[in-house]
Design a protein around this ligand. Structure first.
Ligand code: FEO
Length: 174
């Protein structure tokens, strides 16, 4: 009976491995966002800092969502080690460029993960990942909108103050 239960629950090895890889990517991304939040926090960009703290929490949620899915499917999730996030920025705009860069990279990894599921004919996991595909559309949109604000406002002192006023108002309503 136990074997029967397992046979119906277990994921293919390549899917487990790809999901664990994504758990690590989300954890690293959460860490990176904390570093961006810290850069903004100590320079007095409080709303930008808040924006990145929130993003960091989002990434942690993504990490846990995949982590729990693995365990729900009887495949023990691995707790990932993450590297220290060391970045050097000269301007607030560079920080937001990094954020967009990170999101584009996460989108690529999610799409790769979907491809692994398709190859493995794992319809359940592909369906589970649909939420992440949509989430990435939103996260890239928000990061792009933030960068567009720099295009509109510029980067002088007044512009940065206006940026700070608007950064927490960006919303995706797609
Ligand atoms: Fe979990 Fe921002 O991607």
């Amino acid at each position: 009976m136990k074997d029967l239960l397992r046979r119906h629950a277990i994921l293919k090895d390549e899917v487990v491995s790809a999901l664990n890889k994504q758990v690590k990517i989300e954890a690293q991304s959460s860490n990176h966002y904390l570093a961006l939040a810290a850069w903004c926090h100590v320079r007095g960009y409080d709303n930008s800092s808040e924006f990145f703290y929130k993003q960091s929490k989002e990434e942690r949620k993504h990490q846990l969502k995949i982590f729990k899915y693995l365990n729900d499917m009887e495949s023990e999730a691995k707790t990932p080690g993450v590297d220290e996030s060391e970045f050097e920025f000269s301007t607030l705009r560079e920080v937001f460029e990094k954020a967009l860069d990170m999101e584009v990279s996460v989108t690529e990894s999610i799409h790769d993960l979907v491809r692994v599921c398709r190859k493995a004919d794992d319809i359940q996991t592909e369906e589970f990942l649909r939420w992440f595909v949509k989430e990435q559309i939103e996260e890239e949109y928000v990061a792009r909108q933030a960068l567009e604000l720099f295009e509109i406002l510029g980067e002088d002192k007044l512009a940065l103050a206006m940026f700070e006023e608007r950064i927490l108002e960006i919303e995706y309503d797609g």
